[in-house]
Design a protein. Structure first.
Length: 259
């Protein structure tokens, strides 16, 4: 795999795929229109836009309307997963439907294949959930029902992510989720909340599913760059972390991957 932190020049696009990604846009009136100008110029810098959850503030339909206005009719394909806040009002299915109606490819334990620049790109997506990490196991059997459900969801969504990755027969595979699969990209957050920010089972699924890259959000005070135990690059693309409308990562298959 060729890995570059920034987009390649336009004439290099034939040798790779430029992945634009952002999470935690939290669309609300105060930020409406902030991302639109950069999104409209996406084709200059990227071949696809991936959205890693918490796209709305509070999961309201009004927020979904603002989100749709932000990402409608973009010049590149858009693929997304929802985050926990997109479900705050239990309207995640409505938000997904609105996004699907404007052409966004919504993933929830599913995968999609896109052909870009003559390369097959597979994207498998889940929201993910809490669940903790070996040194930060959390309390899955304590707390509120909501807390327990979120702690259980991490491992369950990890199974779905692995299954979705396994369906892909592509040169490149991206694992797209909202919660973190590793601790590296949580650094900057208080360690006591690590169990609520992600799940080691998601990282295991990324490795077992032979992903080329994993993308997530959720950890607003975390770190952009990390890596799974198996060596898969992980990027936290939360808007507060990357500090721009989207980050761009360029991937290209090696000869071994192309064979």
């Amino acid at each position: 795999m060729m890995w570059l932190a920034d987009a390649m020049p336009a004439d290099s696009a034939q040798r790779g795929i430029r992945i634009a990604a952002v999470a935690d846009t939290h669309l609300r009136p105060a930020v409406a229109g902030r991302f639109r100008p950069d999104f409209l110029r996406l084709a200059e810098h990227a071949d696809v836009l991936l959205l890693a959850g918490d796209l709305t503030e509070g999961g309201t339909l009004a927020g979904a309307d603002l989100l749709c206005a932000e990402i409608a009719d973009l010049p590149v394909p858009v693929v997304a997963v929802l985050g926990n806040h997109d479900h705050d009002h239990k309207l995640g299915f409505r938000i997904s439907a609105q996004l699907t109606d404007i052409g966004v490819h919504m993933l929830e334990g599913t995968a999609i294949t896109l052909e870009l620049n003559g390369i097959r790109l597979g994207i498998a997506g889940v929201m993910g959930g809490s669940g903790g990490f070996p040194d930060y196991p959390g309390t899955p059997d304590e707390g509120t029902e909501e807390h327990q459900a979120r702690m259980r969801r991490g491992p369950l969504d990890a199974l779905l992510l692995r299954q979705a990755l396994d369906t892909l027969d592509t040169e490149l595979r991206i694992a797209l989720m909202h919660f973190s699969p590793i601790i590296d990209t949580l650094i900057g957050e208080p360690p006591k909340i690590y169990p609520g920010l992600g799940c080691h089972a998601l990282g295991e699924a990324v490795d077992a599913g032979r992903a080329t890259l994993a993308l997530h959000g959720h950890a607003h005070a975390g770190t952009e760059i990390g890596c799974t135990a198996g060596g898969v690059p992980v990027r936290n693309v939360s808007y507060p972390v990357i500090g721009r409308s989207y980050a761009v990562y360029t991937l290209a298959p090696t000869q071994a991957q192309s064979a």
